[in-house]
Design a binder for this molecule. Structure first.
Ligand code: TXE
Length: 472
């Protein structure tokens, strides 16, 4: 029986080899798309868009739910491929979880009411707002959650009557091609097309007159490049650019009670998550206890090859990212910071395994704190004055998420209201929800995803207005 991977990969001898970051083994061969392939994909998606829009919302919702059923049927196969290509283990908040999230987000995108609304009807004036399709949307994604982030870009656009051309990260294209292939067992032809190209294809997509909007998740420099490239065609853009999320523990928290959630807030997907906890601020009075409890959880969490059922943490997805993490930890060590756990990668290790690392007694301006590590290393910064900790948390040019940890609802709210980020979590971190809008503050980008607000960003708002009785 042929697998999804058989269907999507390039024939033997063609394409580019993708290797497993845990073992170096070949996962498959990705076809190499060019900008000419992109042009053809955009033309096909443009041709398919009017009839997709004319199907109507109810029919599109049915098809999206049927596509979610198809994902469910292929869930294990997709999770295994994702685990091999991305590196993330099958278990824990990793590969099976990601495929499950794709299904959940797809279904959730069908729930909000996006029908036209009457804004004014006062006997003199009638005004309505309608949400029309934009056309063809380009989706450019990263390598950390390749399937889930692609679904965040695909699902709301399809719901709103747009067709979508997806350009996956060159590090994890097979996962996205497989996802798209399964969705396309249900969707009409050319409504959703994947183009597995490199940076040149991304650049061409951002500038392309046949693309009406770009949804992007990735690094800040690339986001800026896309904004520049898209300017001449006045494209809509949604920019999810990652961050360097702070968490503040208040002095009434119970270290043992919060350690597990703090750990997973930081180390979900082995730290390679845009809205992971990347700087932890802990009051002097609890500092040793929080360090001790976190170290216990971290030391007990197995890291290894993704396909082994016992592992919950995996390799860093690519060597470039591994080197960033290693260099930041080395700089922290050189500055005199105290390594509680890890920080000692094995140079002989097969695969990009960087050990789970906790670094204490580190200054707020150390590069491991000030720069996004995007890997399995967490700096824990001591504070004596809460206002100082809040100022530190808000002190960077990014603001995707932030969190506050306290058993007191009033104190937690008071601090939450002072944190400048797109999402502020209380007693959790990174716990995204398809019903709750998600987006960045400051350099972390603009536009929101998820919920009704996220759907409306994939539409052209059209106001219709006239004297009362002039239209029905
Ligand atoms: O991302 P890039 P990379 C952060 C993380 C990491 C850094 C670099 O800190 O160290 O980003 O990761 C396409 N026009 N995040 O190099 O370069 C590219 O082909 C159009 C945060 O993987 O931003 C890929 O598909 N497209 C993040 C996508 O952009 C271009 C997740 C992302 O690539 C392009 C991952 C261009 N000029 C990394 N250049 C998060 N927010 O979750 C590249 N691309």
């Amino acid at each position: 029986m042929s697998t999804v991977l058989d269907e999507i990969q390039a024939p033997a001898g063609a394409g580019r080899v993708i290797t497993d970051p845990a073992t170096g083994d070949e996962v498959g061969r990705v076809p190499i798309a060019t900008t000419a392939d992109l042009d053809a994909a955009i033309a096909a998606a443009r041709a398919a868009q009017p009839s997709w829009a004319q199907l109507g919302d109810a029919r599109r919702v049915d098809l999206l739910n049927a596509a979610a059923d198809a994902l469910q049927e292929h869930a294990e196969e997709l999770a295994v491929l994702l685990s091999r290509e991305q590196g993330k283990p099958l278990n824990g908040p990793n590969a099976r979880f990601e495929v499950g999230a794709c299904e959940a987000w797809l279904r959730a995108s069908t729930a909000p009411d996006v029908s036209p609304q009457v804004l004014v009807d006062d006997g003199q004036i009638r005004a309505e707002i309608h949400y029309r399709p934009l056309g063809v949307v380009g989706a450019i994604g990263p390598w950390n959650w390749p399937m889930m982030i692609s679904i965040w870009q695909i699902a709301p656009n399809l719901r709103m009557g747009n067709t979508v051309v997806v350009k996956p990260s060159e590090f994890t294209p097979l996962s996205v091609l497989a996802l798209v292939s399964v969705l396309n067992t249900v969707l009409p032809p050319d409504v959703l097309i994947a183009v597995p190209g490199g940076r040149d294809v991304g650049e061409a997509m951002a500038a392309h007159p046949g693309i009406d909007k770009i949804m992007f998740t990735g690094s800040i420099p690339t986001g800026k490049a896309i904004i520049r490239s898209s300017a001449d065609t006045v494209k809509r853009v949604t920019m999810e650019l990652g961050g360097n999320d702070a968490g503040i523990v208040l002095d009434d928290a119970d270290p043992a009670a919060i350690a597990q959630d703090l750990f997973w807030g930081a180390f979900i997907n082995t730290g390679q998550t845009c809205a992971a906890l990347k700087r932890l601020y802990v009051p002097d009075s609890l500092y040793d206890a929080v360090c001790e409890e976190l170290t216990k959880v971290a030391a007990a969490t197995p890291m290894g090859v993704g396909l082994s059922e016992e592992n919950l943490l995996g390799p860093v997805q690519n060597r470039k990212q591994y080197d960033i993490v290693a260099s930041l930890v080395e700089q922290a060590k050189d500055s005199g910071a105290r390594v509680l756990l890890g920080g000692d990668p094995d140079p002989q290790a097969v695969g990009n395994f960087y050990p789970t690392t906790l670094v204490a007694d580190i200054d707020n301006d150390n590069p491991l704190v000030a720069q996004e590590q995007f890997g399995p290393a967490l700096p824990i910064i001591r504070y004596t004055n809460l206002q100082q900790a809040i100022a530190w948390a808000n002190g960077l040019e990014v603001g995707l998420g932030a969190s506050v940890w306290s058993p007191s609802p009033q104190r937690a709210r008071e601090v939450a209201m002072q944190l400048n980020a797109g999402t502020v979590w209380v007693n959790e971190h990174g716990a995204i929800d398809p019903r709750v809008p998600f987006g960045g503050a400051k350099g972390s980008g603009y536009g929101v995803e998820f919920g009704r607000e996220g759907l409306l960003e994939c539409a052209q708002a059209v106001s219709v207005k006239g004297p009362a009785g002039s239209f029905a």
